[in-house]
Write a protein of this length. Structure first.
Length: 317
């Protein structure tokens, strides 16, 4: 039986976990912004994983952010592994009791008992992912993207030109092309006006309001504001929107907004990873890069010394 491999593209993987907007937006612009925001989301947290898991770090993050949880269990063939799963059942406190795991490389599906056969790593407290953030802001950015493109096109030329005949129209097109190429002087064949008397073959409609209709700068500023809002939701610090100097209380309020979600994510990850480490003897850890700052210097120095010692022993052997 042929093995059905999962798709590797981000768009294909997440299409199954996102409910598309019925009005919009499955466009190239949407997926461009969705991918940008997803990568910003992945950048906020750094995981220390077992060596066997490191090469699948991107899959680890994809499960965690899209589903909000994953299970860890022992497998006779693959050892201690993490996997996407489906949860079922409930205990007295309405918590799930079982996790169903399927994988093309496993001979059969496995139904695991949570707390006995498996333990969950959780990002959120409601067993849901956080890709709704990426989708929500991506739709707004894709809409602004379309408006920017339309406004740039509409502001390229300040006149609407009407021609009396095809020859005049073709002449206008050629002159316009030559002027766009930078020619300082453009001449046209005067014979196209022969026989018209005093009638002008060209009709110009002046658009005096074109400068007022140029809103690209405002749209780009709005796009940056939306990106800042996304950053605030996922724990990336951004400057509050204000022209004047910020007072300390406003800065503190902005920091509180930045820490609101990730404080919950940190609590869920800390408690669930602790249970996984205790059950399977692992040493998984994490830190939020922007909220937690740089890692402790003493710890970093100790890791550097451990690496040097390991390299020395390897060379000697």
């Amino acid at each position: 039986m042929a093995i059905q491999y999962a798709p590797y593209r981000l768009e294909d993987f997440f299409s199954g976990v996102r409910t598309p907007n019925p009005v919009k937006n499955n466009s190239e612009a949407f997926w461009f912004w969705f991918r940008c925001l997803y990568q910003r989301l992945c950048s906020i947290v750094e995981f220390k994983l077992p060596d066997d898991w490191n090469r699948a770090r991107d899959y680890f993050e994809a499960i965690l952010f899209s589903k909000g949880f994953m299970c860890v269990f022992n497998d006779k063939e693959f050892g201690t592994v993490f996997s996407n799963c489906t949860i079922s059942g409930y205990d007295f406190y309405y918590q799930p009791t079982r996790a169903l795991v399927t994988n093309p490389l496993m001979k059969t599906s496995r139904e695991l008992r949570i707390g006995e056969d498996t333990s969950l790593i959780k990002l959120t407290n409601d067993f849901q992912g956080v890709l709704d953030l990426c989708a929500y802001f991506s739709e707004k950015l894709a809409t602004i993207d379309g408006a920017v493109n339309m406004n740039l096109i509409n502001s390229k030329f300040g006149y609407l030109i009407g021609a009396k005949n095809k020859a005049a129209a073709r002449t206008i097109e050629q002159m316009f092309d030559r002027m766009n190429k930078g020619e300082p002087l453009v001449c046209y064949d005067k014979s196209i006006v022969d026989g018209l008397g005093d009638e002008d073959p060209f009709v110009f409609i002046d658009r005096n309001s074109i400068k007022n209709s140029y809103v690209t700068t405002d749209l780009l500023n709005d796009a940056q504001t939306i990106i800042n809002q996304f950053d605030t939701e996922v724990g990336i610090k951004s400057t509050p929107e204000k022209r004047e100097r910020l007072i300390s209380s406003e800065v503190e309020a902005s920091n509180d907004d930045t820490n609101a979600r990730i404080s919950l994510w940190r609590e869920c990850l800390t408690n669930s990873i602790k249970e996984v480490n205790e059950m399977f003897g692992l040493d998984i850890s994490f830190r939020f890069k922007f909220a937690d700052g740089e890692p402790d210097k003493e710890e970093t120095d100790k890791e550097s010394e451990d690496i040097k010692e390991w390299v020395t022993r390897s060379l000697r052997s």
